[in-house]
Design a binder for this molecule. Structure first.
Ligand code: UN1
Length: 496
């Protein structure tokens, strides 16, 4: 019998008030039942928020360096449990073990960064315009943070949000994607094991419709951080705008890799394989467009297709596997529908384009890594995010044209240029509209201590990671101390 998991609300592991559960199965082998998880409802969310509000009053008063110590312990616990968590993560969402280990490592890096930030969390002290008066600012926590996260980085993305939220002194209500509830549970276990006061973290399992909406609409949750689709993000934006909530959105991407005629083609080949098919293409940073200079176009495509056809699909727990399954049936069907659209628009299918067969793969959501060439700028495959293992190749004649094509989509998360031309690379770094540009590296691989996020419809101006995320999870307060003993009027008595 598979285990039945619970929510973590009010400092205890509890059953959902709905009494309902759903099954979470291994996407590489659907006979493997990971467990049954709560299908919670708004009542569970309300209980979680009320409990978190009480905990917030205590936690906000804990000195930031002491909160940082808790996060350092979280980093230690994650380090000790890295292999166990990576295996559980691969089992529940499919990507290969090297990647799930990296995912846990990103959480560890984020924990240690947050620990250090507890001794910084800088405000400013500046001169007052008046005599015998001090003027300074400091950062205060805000309240209960609602954290809603996707399946593709089940550890890293929650930690990008939860750790800075906690370090700044907020309490957290966490809803992981219903596809990865086990990893979410393990993260909460690690927080508790490290000594976080229990009610500071609340875990509510379930779907976006019932649980996510209840968090976003709850009047006592003033800040929301969401990673997911641009469509859902737009709805959250409406609600948060109406309710005057602070909202951080990380959404879609249509990231391009530009390969110029002077590029190291072997290096670019390794880069595009990793960028396009790592995590089975299910990253918002995935390389989903390849803009190939005409002088190397045919040669590079031959090299590419040869390697793509050899990629070994299978369970991510198997050491020889290079590409795992997709997350679920809906993801696979969505990918197939984009392939059909591309065929309808006359794009040239070079490999893949269908579900992977054979006895070994017959019980999982496996899709063949797919390459389309001859894709015209403006075609749907060139414009829309697929979130699957599909690469659209566009022929380009110059760097200027490549930059124009790169920018002519509604997203702007990551980007990449392979070239040996120093001037061209700096020009691209300047002119590409994206949150991240890689030179001679693929579009994936952002590091935890640098700001992460994108422009245009990828986000709403916030960044995660690095030093910037601490701005989101705290509010600036200004304190003036006038020790002159007289009434001094700013702007009036200043220039006497
Ligand atoms: C995402 O796909 O939502 O840079 C995040 C990367 C990872 C994070 C991806 N470190 O690809």
């Amino acid at each position: 019998m598979a285990k039945t998991f619970k929510n973590f609300i009010g400092g205890a592991w509890v059953a959902p008030t709905t009494g309902e559960y759903y099954e979470n199965r291994n996407p590489a082998d659907w006979n493997d039942l990971v467990g049954r998880f709560p299908r919670s409802g708004p009542k569970d969310v309300d209980r979680a928020v009320r409990s978190a509000l009480g905990a917030f009053e205590q936690w906000r008063r804990v000195p930031a360096p002491v909160r940082g110590d808790v996060l350092r312990h979280v980093g230690d616990v994650l380090t000790a449990r890295k292999e166990e968590i990576a295996r559980a993560m691969t089992r529940e969402m499919g990507k290969v073990l090297a990647e799930t280990r990296g995912d846990v490592q990103e959480g560890i890096d984020t924990a240690y960064y947050a620990a250090g930030e507890g001794r910084r969390l800088f405000g400013h002290t500046v001169p007052s315009e008046l005599r015998d008066k001090w003027a300074m600012s400091y950062r205060r926590p805000i309240g209960v943070a609602g954290i809603i996260t996707p399946f593709n980085f089940p550890m890293a993305i929650p930690t990008w949000k939860i750790f800075p939220a906690l370090l700044c002194g907020n309490a957290v209500v966490f809803k992981p994607s219903a596809d990865v509830p086990h990893t979410g549970t393990l993260l909460v276990e690690c927080l508790l094991e490290a000594g976080l006061p229990p009610e500071v973290i609340q875990l509510v399992h379930g779907g976006g419709g019932a649980v996510g909406n209840a968090i976003v609409n709850h009047p006592r949750v003033p800040l929301i951080s969401f990673t997911g689709s641009t469509e859902t993000g737009a709805k959250l934006g409406e609600t948060c705008g109406r309710m005057h909530k602070r909202l951080s959105l990380e959404m879609g991407g249509k990231n391009a890799m530009i390969v110029m005629d002077d590029a190291d083609l072997d290096l670019a080949l390794d880069g595009v394989l990793w960028g396009a098919f790592g995590t089975t293409g299910q990253r918002c940073t995935a390389t989903s467009r390849l803009l190939l200079h005409r002088k190397v176009h045919d040669r590079f495509l031959r090299m590419l297709v040869d390697r793509v056809e050899k990629l070994r699909l299978g369970s991510g727990l198997d050491a020889t596997t290079e590409v795992g399954p997709m997350i679920n049936q809906a993801a696979l069907e969505n990918t197939q529908s984009y392939v059909d659209v591309a065929l309808g628009e006359g794009d040239d299918l070079l490999c893949g384009g269908r579900r992977a067969g054979g006895a070994r793969l017959s019980k999982g959501w496996f899709y063949k890594p797919t390459v389309f060439a001859g894709v015209k700028p403006g075609n749907r495959l060139e414009q829309e995010e697929v979130f699957g293992p599909v690469l659209a190749v566009v022929r380009i004649n110059s760097l200027d044209q490549a930059i124009r094509v790169n920018n002519d989509v509604k997203y702007g998360l990551s980007s990449s240029l392979y070239t040996r031309d120093v001037n061209g690379s700096f020009r691209a770094a300047q002119d590409i509209d994206a949150g991240i540009t890689y030179i001679n590296a693929p579009t994936i691989g952002a590091e935890a201590h640098l700001p992460f996020g994108g422009v245009k419809e990828t986000g709403n101006g916030h960044r995660e990671g690095g030093w910037e995320v601490y701005e989101f999870y705290s509010e600036t307060k200004v304190v003036y101390v006038d020790y002159s003993g007289t009434l001094q009027r700013a702007q009036i008595d200043t220039y006497d």
